[in-house]
Design a protein around this ligand. Structure first.
Ligand code: TXA
Ligand code: MG
Length: 319
């Protein structure tokens, strides 16, 4: 069973011998392993029951991270300088040191510098980068506390580094630079507006196919186990006493115990930080189904809608 604690020494020791350590980040907790050690990387896939075609993100500190990229386009460097450490993953051409086990056979690698003091202290101490997918079983809700990680992966991980609640609460924004206009492949904790302030226009290309050509874009993801629906308007739903409602900030004309606001003050960042813990809480509750209403498509509202959409994908018809 995993030990939970705050010892960097212990984490370093385990990672050096090829073990698995869950690490706190500002987005979600990651399941860390030595990215240069193939057998450690394979343990990550096994622990998560993750399909081998879904590549991992590689983490390090700002001064070391580009050691694992063959070339860094100018816009990538400018964006990294402005945002890292932060909720941003760059897709770049990998160096030969990064095994294909990490990238699922791709010649590109996702690189990120997380913004969390414990994670950064740990990464400072290592002479290898950490491959770290979100520390949840494949397709389940990502963890934003050490307890979430413990609940679902305690038998698979050697150590869980406890860094409190993730401040951003949804995964990093993923962006690639292989086309003339940079392409966002995953909406996340860094808004499109904030990216465009730094490097100008970007295009958003989110794959929601159930048979993804782009790795890691499985339609059903981040999903609770009970029925969940995403709507534009709650009048689309026939109400009953076993339904829980997720709203952004509005107050519905039903009992308070059945409505869950992501942010009463209408703050997108507060909403993102609360999202996954709320989905877990409702999944474990006695409610029979969850109904969420789409947020406005701006700021982190876009990424939150993307996660709500995937969380409810099992139950969306004609898609
Ligand atoms: O915020 C985050 O990014 C968190 C924390 C732990 O850093 N990590 C995370 O990892 O969300 P994960 O494994 O749940 O998602 C990684 C996704 C893959 O599913 C895939 O979509 C994308 O990153 N990815 C990784 N490498 C890629 C590559 N070379 N090309 C395209 N997409 C890639
Ligand atoms: Mg994930």
């Amino acid at each position: 069973m995993s030990k939970v604690g705050t010892s960097i020494d212990e984490a370093v020791e385990i990672l050096k011998r090829g073990g698995l350590v869950a690490i706190p980040t500002e987005t979600v907790y990651g399941l860390g392993a030595n990215a240069l050690n193939k057998s450690a990387v394979l343990k990550v896939f096994a622990a998560k029951k993750r399909p081998s075609f879904d590549p991992l993100i590689v983490h390090s500190t700002k001064d070391k991270i580009f050691n694992w990229a063959k070339t860094v386009p100018e816009k990538a460097r400018i964006l990294a300088d402005a945002i890292w450490p932060g909720p941003l993953t760059l897709i770049l051409t990998k160096t030969d040191d990064i095994p294909y086990e990490v990238t699922s056979g791709l010649d590109t690698v996702g690189l990120r510098v997380p913004n969390h003091p414990l994670a950064l202290q740990l990464l400072e101490r290592l002479d290898f980068p950490l491959s770290a997918p979100s520390a949840n079983p494949f397709a389940y809700i990502s963890p934003t506390t050490a307890q979430h990680v413990f609940d679902s992966l305690k038998d698979e991980i050697d150590y869980i580094l406890n860094g409190g609640e993730s401040q951003i609460g949804i995964e990093s924004t993923i962006i690639a630079f292989d086309k003339e206009i940079p392409t966002v492949y995953r909406l996340g904790g860094l808004s499109i507006e904030d990216i465009e302030k730094v490097i100008g226009h970007v295009q958003v290309q989110i794959n929601t196919s159930s048979n993804p050509k782009t790795p890691g874009s499985a339609k059903m993801h981040y999903a609770p186990l009970k029925p969940m629906f995403l709507v534009d308007d709650f009048s689309q739903i026939e109400d009953d006493a076993t339904t829980a409602y997720i709203t952004f900030h509005e107050n519905l004309d039903i009992e308070n115990q059945r409505q869950f606001s992501l942010s009463t003050k209408g703050d997108y960042y507060e909403a993102a930080a609360r999202l996954y813990a709320l989905l877990r809480e409702l999944d474990e509750s006695d409610f029979r189904r969850i109904v969420a209403k789409r947020l406005p498509e701006e700021s982190l509202g876009r990424a939150i809608n993307d996660r709500l959409q995937r969380a409810s994908a099992r139950y969306i018809k004609n898609d």
